[in-house]
Design a protein around this ligand. Sequence first.
Ligand code: UDX
Ligand code: UDX
Length: 477
Amino acid sequence: MKIACIGAGYVGGPTMAMMALKCPEIEVVVVDINEERIKAWNSDKLPIYEPGLFEVVKECRGRNLFFSTDTKKHVGEADIVFVSVNTPTKTHGIGAGRAADLTYWEGAARMIASVSTSSKIVVEKSTVPVKTAEAIGKVLKRNCSDPNVNFEILSNPEFLAEGTAMEDLRHPDRVLIGGSETESGRKAVETLASVYAHWIPKERILTANLWSAELAKLTANAFLAQRISSINAISALCEATGADVQQVAHAIGTDTRIGNKFLNASVGFGGSCFQKDILNLCYVCESVGLKEVAEYWFQVVSMNDYQKQRFVERVISAMFNTVSQKKIAIYGFAFKKDTGDTRETPAIDVCKGLIRDGARCCIFDPEVTPEQIFRDLSAPKFEWDRPNYSRSQSHMLENVQVVSDAAQAADGAHAICVLTEWDQFKTLDFKTMYEKMTKPAFIFDGRNILDHAKLREIGFIVYALGKPLDPFLVKGY
Ligand code: UDX
Ligand code: UDX
């Protein structure tokens, strides 16, 4: 059996690496239009940072795992083709700002059809709107010149989270495979299930109809994001009342019906999926006339925007209502720890918000490159999720500095904002940093990872998200 995967990104790369590791007799080839990316996958410096990924790639690469730009050859030869290309939010036209742009997906389908001389199972790995499989099926059928070639489309959404991708792939809670309810559809589901059965217990391989599988992915992300927006909404109320959001989260999390995961209040959720998938869910609801349902889910995104804005306002109001020309150290730019990924990271909106008010941001993140930060802070909304988005320069960048050391970022700064929960921030020498900062020295902990009592002892004015406010912040100055 031969498997090809179109799209060597955060999803395609790790997923195929695990598949190659667990199925040594299957040839797995990951293809991408981006030559640089493929070159990186074939080097010792992989294009994405994911704990444990390099070890797996090293073991399988050249054995039964290959990375190539020769899309036509490998897709043409494959029995199963995974499609894991970008599905950005549309930036213009009907549904702009909400609907998914399926240009890349459709392009992939046309290409598959044009190179196919044998029947294939085509698997949706990218998150797509509900009923995409139907459209893709039509494209495949009408564009293949060989009448003997048959395409079976499956939806097999990926649930891995970045930073823990390899563990999630090795021991997933479940694998979901949706297929059409025909005999050939069921057979295709079985074929894909037999690949996963190499390492995943049968009871964890769930099957469903196509539309349920597509919708389950959007729903899973909407529910996860909703939990964060819910606890973030409560964090604002905690600050206003003197309650402590971590105590509230702990108290509700012990109710087994609620559960204790995904209840960390934060400066906002980021990542390539949550916002995009919810907007997409809203758009699907609107298209079928369910306005109230769309509005309900849209609130999850609005609350997230509010949380980021609220953080910026806190920083500015605490610092005497002006951050003009003040140096602010930003600790962490990635959307969560243990990844170098910055897609939709709350740090983008927070930095832009501070810079708009005149601040100078000095950013340190252990995994994100300066080029990436500059690109993010100059890219228009939603443009990032395109293989070759154009880079526009902006005045934003004049007030951005990226450094490779936390202490350097704090040197002479008026404030430190913690925006990503990197473990290494917990053990920084804040006492020495305090001495080199402008006074009063502020710390705004957007992830609640620092020892706030100790920081106050050193002399910092501390704002901790959803925690009783420092008297200095309540009374102003
Ligand atoms: C992608 C989608 O963005 C997301 O919507 C979906 O849920 C899972 O797949 P991810 O792997 O994180 O997520 O994206 P990214 O890292 O951007 O990878 C996509 C890759 O596809 C890129 O390397 C891009 O160059 C490639 N691509 C895109 C193609 O090879 N062909 C195309 O036509 C378009
Ligand atoms: C998410 C889903 O978890 C995964 O199943 C899906 O396949 C893709 O989207 P990912 O975006 O990689 O994965 O990371 P996740 O761990 O879900 O975190 C998303 C964002 O929520 C991050 O910005 C994170 O910091 C934030 N978050 C998470 C919180 O603010 N509080 C929490 O309690 C948990």
